[in-house]
Design a protein around this ligand. Structure first.
Ligand SMILES: Cc1cc2nc3c(=O)[nH]c(=O)nc-3n(C[C@H](O)[C@H](O)[C@H](O)COP(=O)(O)O)c2cc1C
Length: 140
């Protein structure tokens, strides 16, 4: 049994409203619950950053399904690595929508998501993606 986590960044096809985000989240919670996949989804400025954690086969299958989803595009894999333990143990999928207020409240992080997640900048700093996801984690 090999636990991994996988983190990606993507761009929404259109600016998502709350009901649309709720629909994604409802599906994520339901499907991830069936597979013991846990994690956290952040939405900022029309972009997503998500971490999926669980058994490698479950995470890879879920990610493959997410990659086929036409509601987002430009999916960039930031990392896929073995982990010793889950960071989002109790959440089938946490969610947080970040706006200018959150970016301004954490100046150290602002360059990485003030105008949507900057995959190149985040990817260039090992560990930053998970740090951001954990810093804004919020259960559901
Ligand atoms: C940004 C984003 C995040 C998503 N996260 C998940 C997720 O964590 N788990 C999941 O099963 N589906 C997730 N989905 C939905 C999948 O892309 C797909 O629509 C869903 O798994 C339904 O598959 P089904 O129609 O085969 O049941 C996400 C979609 C988007 C756009």
């Amino acid at each position: 049994m090999a636990l991994i986590h996988l983190i990606y960044v993507s761009t929404a096809r259109e600016e998502f409203d709350t009901p649309e985000l709720d629909r994604i989240l409802d599906t994520a919670v339901r499907r991830n619950g069936q597979r013991r996949v846990t994690g956290m989804l952040l939405y900022a400025g029309g972009t997503f950053m998500q971490v999926l954690e669980g058994e490698a086969a479950d995470v890879d299958e879920t990610y493959a399904r997410i990659c086929q989803d036409h509601r987002h595009t430009g999916i960039i894999l930031i990392e896929r690595e073995p982990i010793a333990a889950r960071s989002f143990e109790t959440w089938s999928m946490g969610f947080r929508r970040l706006g200018a207020a959150e970016a301004g409240a954490s100046p150290g992080y602002a360059p990485f998501f003030a105008h949507g997640f900057d995959a190149a900048a985040i990817g260039a700093k090992p560990g930053l993606a998970l740090e951001l996801l954990m810093g804004f984690r919020c259960g559901r």
